[in-house]
Design a protein around this ligand. Structure first.
Ligand SMILES: N[C@@H](CCC(=O)N[C@@H](CS)C(=O)NCC(=O)O)C(=O)O
Length: 267
């Protein structure tokens, strides 16, 4: 049976869980507590030396990178049915799978400069934070995390995230103005790949980033959130009190984020 190592609220884990549900695949679930640091356990590092989730194991084959896992599952277990038909459409879907890296990076920056930052600063001593950073195997991610913790929304990585999101939202809205789905006329892999990131921004209370100027994104998100896969893998798996806390924490930062966003988008 497929084994999935994942975090209950982690956006890249949610993405893979939705993919598994859409294909109708069962899996053995191994939940890691990321704030507690389970991803740094020596046994986990043996299967994922980057100390991140998700990791999928299929009969001894170890896979990571959520977009690549989605593609693998679709190819191996679903006859590629989540890929849109047509060479251009398929190339477009693969481009979005690649762009997920910058979507993830942007959402991670907004999350770790607001809600996650508040939680970390309130619950850990400076020494514990230092140890947590020292444990991160990727020096670039470590530098970014430190900057977000030190500077919050004033971090240069937040500016980078907003510049990226501006282009991403514009491209998403443009796709959705002529297609029912991000994957084209039919629902598919691009929809699955993107939904958890946009959903996270909404859960943080940041939907003002697209609501007025890119309304197609909100309509698409509503449709995605009403799919059974989303209900099973997000709504029913995440404790509502966790979501309430996230919304409250994120909302505290919305006025400053909105100020930066308005400045950027009015240029
Ligand atoms: N590009 C990777 C990103 C993996 C990643 O950063 N995962 C996050 C959760 S969404 C994580 O494990 N974070 C733990 C940490 O930073 O310590 C993917 O899409 O799989």
């Amino acid at each position: 049976m497929l084994k999935l190592y994942h975090g209950l609220t982690s956006v890249c884990s949610v993405k893979v869980r939705i993919g598994l549900a859409e294909i109708g695949l069962e899996y053995e679930s191994h939940v890691l507590d990321l704030p507690k640091g389970d991803q740094h356990h020596p046994d986990y590092l043996k299967i994922n030396p980057d100390a991140v989730v998700p990791t999928l194991i299929d009969d001894g084959l170890v896979l990571y990178e959520s977009s690549l896992i989605l593609e693998y599952l679709d190819r191996e277990y679903n006859d590629g049915n989540l890929m849109p038909d047509g060479k251009a459409e398929e190339a477009g879907a693969r481009l979005w799978l690649l762009r997920c890296l910058s979507v993830h990076d942007a959402v991670n920056s907004l999350s770790f400069s607001t809600a996650h930052r508040d939680r970390t600063l309130a619950s850990k001593t400076p020494d514990q934070i230092g140890a947590m950073l020292a444990n991160m195997p990727d020096p670039v991610k470590r530098m970014k995390r430190k900057d977000l913790l030190d500077n919050g929304l004033a971090s240069i990585f937040v500016q980078q995230a907003l510049l990226n999101l501006d282009r991403i939202f514009s491209d998403m809205n443009s796709t959705l103005s002529s297609n029912a789905w991000m994957s084209g006329t039919d629902f598919g892999i691009t929809d699955i790949a993107l939904v958890s990131y946009i959903d996270r921004l909404q859960k943080l209370g940041f939907e003002g980033l697209w609501m007025e100027d890119q309304p197609g994104i909100g309509d698409w998100l509503d449709k995605m959130q009403s799919r059974p896969s989303f209900t099973a893998e997000v709504t029913e798996k995440i404790d509502p009190s966790v979501l309430e806390k996230m919304k409250f924490e994120g909302s505290q930062h919305w006025p400053e984020l909105e100020r930066q966003w308005s400045k950027l988008t009015s240029q």
